[in-house]
Design a protein around this ligand. Sequence first.
Ligand SMILES: *[C@@H]1O[C@H](CO)[C@@H](O)[C@H](O)[C@H]1NC(C)=O
Ligand SMILES: *[C@@H]1O[C@H](CO)[C@@H](O)[C@H](O)[C@H]1NC(C)=O
Length: 357
Amino acid sequence: MNEWEIAIKMCALFFPIGKTGAYSIPVLEQIDPKKDCIQALIIVPTRELALQTSQICIELAKHLDVRVMVTTGGTNLRDDIMRIYQKVQVIIATPGRILDLMEKGVAVMDQCKILVLDEADKLLSQDFKGMLDTVIKNLPQERQILLFSATFPLTVEQFMRKHLRDPYEINLMEELTLKGVTQYYAFVQERQKVHCLNTLFSKLQINQSIIFCNSTQRVELLAKKITELGYCCYYIHAKMAQAHRNRVFHDFRAGLCRNLVCSDLFTRGIDVQAVNVVINFDFPKMAETYLHRIGRSGRFGHLGIAINLITYDDRFALHRIEQELGTEIKPIPKVIDPKLYVAKLLDDDDTPEANAK
Ligand SMILES: *[C@@H]1O[C@H](CO)[C@@H](O)[C@H](O)[C@H]1NC(C)=O
Ligand SMILES: *[C@@H]1O[C@H](CO)[C@@H](O)[C@H](O)[C@H]1NC(C)=O
C-alpha cells in the first residue's frame, strides 16, 4: 500500500469528508507554505462541487498557513484575478475558468506539481472537449496527476495512457461485494408496488431498511405513503442541500428511524451495518447502480436481503444485470428464512474475537 492508498481508504471511513479528504489531505501536506506560488490544482466538473470541495479544503488547511482559493464560472473574473495576485497555493476550479485564467497569464502554473481531477469520467467526457489536455500543457514536466472516477470509461483510460507514466491504480469498487446478500425479485405492476411494500414491511423482520426510487419526486411521494401507512420513514435525495442530507443520514445511522427512502446518491455501497433489508422500489437500469445500491463493502460483509420490485418493463434489465454481475436474483419465496438476514444477538463470549482467543 502506498501513502495515497492509505489516505483514500482512511477517508472512505469518514463519510462526510470522504473522497475530497482523500486527496485534499495529502495535497495540502505537500504544499510548501513558504513558496508564494500555485502548487496544486484541483479541477472538478461543477460549481457546486467546487464550492463544496473548497469548503472542506479550507477547513483542513486552517492551521497549515496554506492559502486555498476557489474559482468557477459564473462569478466575477476580475475579483478572482485580484485574489490570485495575492498569495495562493492551492486552486480549486472548474475547467473553463481556470483555462481562462491561464490563457490571460494570471494563473501561473510552472510550479504546480500536483493536478487532481475529481470526477475524471465527467471531466474527460465530450462535455469538456479536451480542455484538460490544454490544462496539462501549462503544467511543468515533473508533476503528479491524480484521477478520481466512479467509472472507468475508455476516455479515462486513453487519457491515462497519454499523460500518466506508470500510474498506480487503486480500485475501491472491487471491495463492493454481493456476498452475504440474498437477492430476490417480485414481479409486480406499477400500481401494486406500494401494496407490495406494505406486505413486505409486515412480513419481514426489518432492523433497518433502505428503499431506492429512481427520481427525487418518487422519493418524496413514497416516503409520504410509507409514513401514512404508519411506519417511521426518512428520505434523502439529490435536490436536498448537502448539510440537510448529512443530518438525515446521521440520524438514520444513529437508529432514530427504521426506514430510509432515497435516490442514487451513495457513491459506494451502504455502510450502515444495521440495514438488513434493501428494496429496489424502482429497479435500476445499470449494473453499476445496482451494485452501488445493494453491494456491501468487504469490511462489513454481513447478512442481508435485497428485494427488487420488477415491472414488465424491467424484465430485460433484470436478466442483463444478473449476467453482468454474475449473480443470481431469485423469485421471492412465500417465506424468507430469517437466518439469511436476521443477525442473532451474540453474547460477549460469542464474538469472533472471543472465539479466536
Ligand atoms: C422511474 O420509474 C417509473 C416507474 O417504473 C417510470 O415510469 C419512470 O419512467 C422511471 N423514471 C426514470 C427516470 O427512469
Ligand atoms: C438494529 O438497528 C439498531 C439501530 O436501529 C442497531 O443499534 C442495532 O445494532 C441493529 N441490530 C442488528 C442486529 O443489526
